[in-house]
Design a protein around this ligand. Sequence first.
Ligand code: SIN
Length: 487
Amino acid sequence: MAEPWQAPEGMLIAGDFQSAEGGRRLAVENPATEEILAEVADAGPSDARRALDAAVDAFPAWRDAGAYARSAVLRRWFDLMRADRDNLARLMTLENGKPLKEAYAEADYAASFVEWFSEEAKRAYGRTIPATNPEKRILVLRQPVGVVAAITPWNFPAAMITRKVASALAAGCTVVLKPAPETPLTALRLGELLLQAGAPPGVLNVVPTSDARRVADVWLGDSRVRKITFTGSTAVGKELMRKAADNVQRLSLELGGQAPFIVFSDADLDVAVSAISTAKFRNAGQTCVAANRVLVAREIEEEFTLRIVAQVAAMRVGSGLDPEVEVGPMINGKGRTKVLAHVEDAVSLGAEVRLGGRSVPGPGYFVEPTVLSGVTPKMLVMREETFGPVIAIAAFSSEAEAVATANDTEYGLAAYFFTRDAGRAWRVAEHLEYGIVGLNDGAPSTAQAPFGGYKESGVGREGGQEGMDAFLETKYVSWGAVGTGLR
Ligand code: SIN
């Protein structure tokens, strides 16, 4: 068996693993045991500036290397990620807590973005447009936007990095990356693999920090950063938008969600009940696309609830390293407190706890998988992102009421609905104000489709063709005096 991977001592800047200013270190905790796993360099503003200088220096050569050279590096990165699958999965389970099976699924999901964008790199097509004046030619070129600052979350320590970084690199941009302080190990490993794949120094710089605001402020205050790409809370997304305004930096934001999961009376209940295990319990409910509000047709509410309770009661909670475990811990104590507060609020307003509802004693930030019924719109579970393993069930009486309730939120990332009626499928899909709709599908996320939200769930899309567009500028060249006809 291969030796376990040792986290590098430093942060990745200009192709080297370097110490942070003042030798500061950041401790990485295992949320399943509350033990410290490792310490990594903890960046401050001067490190953020050095990382940016490296990305700025690397940009012209990377831009001019051409799409096929960039594609080849990305393809090698993909191959190395596949070869390192066991290690990446274990790292994610250790620092994030997700069950090993899910960590393997994420390692594959993360690699799939690298594969997709290694191919998309070759398809940054421009176009020609017939001109009004026959002496002119109109050309549209697609060019990399420039240096990108990427800020990524802890809930998908690998995939949220590759979804941003692979597309930016494919487009010809260079990147400064600030991973979440909870999960820097996976980020550093990805950076190391990219170097091994032949990416020139400075093309990707990885800067973990416990002081996100000061590092981000360096990048937001510097006009050499042309684009900010962020996944995280809506509150932080708004702050970034305000700060990016000063330099008119482009932004892609993947923000919070409040996903409805609608089960119509004509649904195939086997499909709906099984879909909820992904839509709700992936990463113990800590995803932006997690089903937060389960809306069920009144006539099947009790049958559906009983089936859900039976399924969830069988789920094993614990350390993700145990192959039997399906639900891992919350990322930290704050996350657990929020989930329990949502349950308490719902109960105080009349919801019934059908299963779970408490924290699990012992080390680790575990919450019992929970099912609440009789949920109403006033409750926090219906208004805010719970980010935990809580299924909150409310009944509806008509299709119009279900859609109106689903849309009654400032969020608009993902929605799910279950029906066998083709007319209803079209109507509801078209009326849901969401960027991603799972129709009889609890797992719509995939590399080749655009991922992103309506309303306060974000700006722009990641993945798919749109994912490359996010890192390309459009340049129009008007070429005059070409002369008509051959001389
Ligand atoms: C997220 O929770 O932000 C991403 C989830 C996904 O890619 O499916």
